[in-house]
Design a protein. Sequence first.
Lengths: 161, 502
Amino acid sequence: MSNDSHVKFRLNNSELWGGLIGLAFGGYVIWSGLKLKLGTINDPGAGFVLFYAGILMCLFATSIIISALTEGGPTFGSRWVSTRWTKPLLVIICLVAFSFALNPLGFLLSSIPLMLLLLRVVDPVRWSLAIPIAVLVPLGMWWILKRLLLIQLPSGIFEIG
Amino acid sequence: MDTLVNVAHGFGVALQPINLIYCFIGVFIGTLVGVLPGIGPISAMSLLLPITLSGTPESGIIMMAGIYYGSMYGGSTTSILVNIPGEAASVVTCIDGHQMAKEGRAGPALGIAAFGSFFAGTFALIALMLVAPKLASVAIAFGPAEYFSLMVLGLVVLTFLTQGSMAKALLMACVGVVLGVVGLDSITAQPRLTFGRVELIDGIGLVPVVMGLFGVAEVLLNTEQVIKRDIINTKITHLFPSREDWKVTTGPMSRGTILGFFLGILPGGGAVISSFASYALEKRLSKTPERFGHGAIEGVAGPEAANNAAAGGAFIPLMTLGIPPNVVMALLLGAFVIHGLQPGPLMITQNPGLFWGIVASMYIGNLMLLVLNLPMIGMWVQLLKLPYNVLFPLIILFTIIGVYCSSNNVFDVHVMIAFGVIGYFMRKLGYEPAPLVLAFVLGPMLENNLRKSLILSQGDLITFVERPISAVCLTFALVLLVAPLLPSLAKKRELVALDEEA
């Protein structure tokens, strides 16, 4: 009997955590369905489909968890091995910062720095190309939308754009 | 005779200058996204969905359809010249297409891919024209139970064909249904899962969800790696295949066309699976299967014909039943809904101009594609040299603008970014977004039909099995759900599973 038949329980098993998140979400959906009232089988209520969808989610999530416990699964680290994981992280940070800046600063003042950051942080584009692209593309898009299509983009507290 | 009159009416609509322009924009963008690795038809269609609002329904749908079948043409160029599939349906074309290019036969490979796509696309349109009205007249008799069961079958087929764990795909489908029913309940008007946010009363928008899960998440995944491109630099000549090439490829093209068309109709099927199936079929039928993988032109002709025929076939369930068989068609359904139209059995009779106009525009679009992909091949080769580090910030900016324009609401931009991040982690953990998106679109219809059938049958669940069409759909769905438990069928599933990341 080889040791391969024994699957070592690891807390950083990504499959296990994926299943647990699914289970928690399923549980929440069941609770929401119950709160909205299920109705009866011949007159289903607003929570009817949510309740049964939640039950199915819990079933599938449980199957994922059981499979993770019995067969094991890749760790979180192995999912990002030999990848440049910092690059998507930087893009996510830029996007989150942009989403918070969009309303107060407006489209132009938030999208020009976003473009410049994206052009420089992943595979840096030289400054002489990055600056014109970062300025002209949002400006061009803003002009087309505002002047030609009459779509008002957020102008922010400074009312620029 | 009626069909001819209808086709003439359709050409009357499609040949209007504005529709011709939209058709050209659609097939041009389709070829562009097909050529550029890292952005596929789903991302492009979700990006351009808000633009359909600015024109008539005919123009918008003609453009969206053009993007879909245009990307099928363009995808082969990247596969043959760079060995990177421009979109998932062109994965198989890399195998022999790139080998042919390495041997100095890039021209015939590109030529046969374009002509094969053209013939298959034309066949699919004629079949669509003949089959759709007949099927629509049958579908009028469908009740809520049949619709519910058909949607369940569509979702189960897609989860069956999705790569990786079926439990994960089914979980994603359930999440999609839940997200789809967020907002006011259509019967009781109770708000569901809105967390007190006014923006969620009308539900979560399709555009931010799809752009996040496919557009932003795709960009995040691509930034993880350095994208290297090994472009064939030889001059592309002999685009018109020789007599010998035609002789060898006529059979594979015909078989690929028929196979692709029928696989395209099936819910959950589509262009990707049909191209794989065609390649496997041609290899099996060949007297010299050892040539496959080493530059066999049949390995390019069959799959390219199959994926284009499937793209045409996929319109049948959407146009006749109102049920999208795959994510691309779900987006097209979104475009119909944006214009207040509901595709289904009554659309052909109530809105003949729209249906026949779309069909006729696809003929015209196929001709445009032939011109775009053969004499103008040099332009696409130049585009392949556009560096990804310049392209991806532009994609991000366009998705932000696209989402904002669809609703004039910053909240939707936040939703898109959130779904982009969720989509990235989902893909990293092996959870495919396709079942989620299809279920998100089908969710409200699924719920509506389930509740209607239960009310009509006074709570009798037997209604789903005593109606023959419903019973057949549910039986198939059950077989597919049980299949992964049987080792022999599980192995077959792995062979046909869709590789969406390709």
